[in-house]
Ligand binder design. Structure first.
Ligand SMILES: [Zn+2]
Length: 444
């Protein structure tokens, strides 16, 4: 089995984060020698005791306005992957020193393609795109056979990048199409098996080349039996020429195999809206799909009139369909505040790190929370602190009233230690990740 230790050199060589000062600092929880192999620090140990852990305890107000976040130092005990005690700090305790760093829920990258990445290979910008998604499919048909030869190793490197940026979990889409067949899935499953003690993941079987445009239906049926979690899809109208047939296939496959749904929807015109409405109707007819159905990107929401945005956001919330957004900016601004207003589940992810689609993903979902805060003007202590939920997939240390709600004893010991005084600072400054603990084990 490949070592799960993180090579610091690999980070510096490969990471686009170097320029930002993100992610390249070895864990400060361990001594210098252990820093290159953090897991040895806790090898064979199920228990971990931390001292000098900074936790948020409340807001400070001036009148109605939150003007600061109160924190304190604590001892945190972890046993068997769970937080078992949160105690007053004891600087003299025989415990691992968290050095006053802020403990937050570990981050989750909710939309990424771990199976096809150029991360780990020499720098290469994306080529000029021709022919839209169909042009990209033709390109993938050429390059995937070569990429598959190294995809297990590249996926492992990408997981290490995500860990260095504070994520211990990802929802990864994985190509299922006639060129890769089931190999992209098998290669990724190998990588995740090698990383299973330090990283969690759920998989979306993704017919990237269209369900019918390149016939992927029988492969999708096979993939649905292969330990995946979601049935994926992509632009039914523009790739497959109609909405109902591919959408019905996806819904039936999910129902027959007791899976969720997560569909890439880039289409922004009438067909995009019809696809959203079609999915809402199918989920309402099949309530078992509520809470486990998602639309990724869903750019059409950014193109609707305000009133229509509100109507669709309400319907998405009622059907418990979530939106996974990479927080695009420029020509298209997604109505994320409207989605939150109606209670739609919103997640984010890096999507592409370095690949033939683009090279923008830094690996940090904290950076996505920062981008959201900038984009929507969330500049105050309160709004910045709320923005953290984009990185943690909706877990926040304090509720809106400033009551502490995380961590509680019994919570999963999936935590990140950040060099920041509070969530608001962490989001605003994209503060450095100092350590990551997954299921009670220091993994970065
Ligand atoms: Zn994607």
């Amino acid at each position: 089995m490949r070592s799960t230790n993180i090579s610091r050199k690999d980070f510096i060589r490969n990471s686009a984060l170097a320029t930002l000062g993100l992610g390249i600092t070895p864990s400060l929880l361990t001594d210098a020698k252990a820093a290159t192999s953090p897991e040895t620090a806790v090898a064979g140990k199920k228990q971990l005791k931390l001292k000098n852990v900074r936790l948020e305890t409340g807001f400070e107000y001036e009148g109605e306005e939150v003007i600061a976040t109160r924190t304190g130092l604590f001892c945190v005990e972890i046993d068997n992957g769970k937080i078992t005690a949160i105690l007053p700090n004891d600087p003299k305790a025989n415990a691992t020193d968290a050095k006053g760093f802020l403990m937050l829920p570990a981050f989750k990258d909710m939309h990424i393609h771990l199976d096809k990445t150029g991360y780990g290979s020499p720098w290469k910008a994306a080529r000029r795109k021709q022919g839209g998604v169909k042009g990209m499919i033709a390109l993938e048909q050429q390059i995937l056979p070569e990429m598959l030869k190294t995809s297990t190793d590249h996926a492992e490197k990408l997981v290490e990048l995500l860990q260095s940026c504070g994520s211990s979990f990802a929802r990864s889409h994985v190509n299922i199409e006639p060129t890769s067949k089931l190999d992209s899935l098998k290669n990724l499953q190998k990588a995740l098996e090698n990383k299973k003690d330090s990283f969690g993941a759920e998989l979306v079987a993704f017919p990237q080349h269209g369900l019918y445009y390149t016939d992927s239906t029988s492969l999708m049926k096979e993939a649905a039996k292969m330990d995946i979690d979601f049935i994926g899809g992509v632009d039914p109208y523009s790739l497959d020429g109609e909405i109902a047939k591919p959408m019905d296939f996806i819904v039936k496959l999910a129902l027959d195999n007791n899976k969720g749904i997560d569909i890439h929807l880039h289409e922004s015109g009438e067909s995009g809206l019809k696809t959203v409405e079609y999915l809402i109707d199918r989920v309402n007819e099949n309530p078992v799909l509520k809470g486990k159905t998602f639309l990724s990107h869903c750019f059409v929401l950014g193109k609707l009139e305000k009133q229509k945005q509100e109507e669709i956001a309400d319907k998405l919330a009622q059907a418990q369909i979530g939106i996974m957004s990479t927080i695009p900016f420029g020509g298209l601004i997604m109505p994320i505040p409207t989605l939150y207003k109606y209670g739609v589940t919103v997640g984010t992810g890096n999507d592409s790190i370095i690949d033939h689609w683009n090279t923008w993903g830094l690996g940090s979902v904290l950076q996505k929370a920062n981008l959201m805060a900038q984009l929507y003007g969330y500049s105050t202590e309160f709004l910045l602190s709320r923005s953290l939920k984009l990185a943690t997939y909706n877990v926040l240390p304090l509720d809106d009233k400033g009551q502490q709600q995380w961590p509680k004893t019994g919570d999963a010991a999936d935590v990140v230690l950040i060099d920041a005084s509070c969530s608001a600072e962490a989001v605003s400054r994209i503060s450095p990740v100092r350590s990551l603990i997954h299921q009670g084990k220091i993994v970065f």
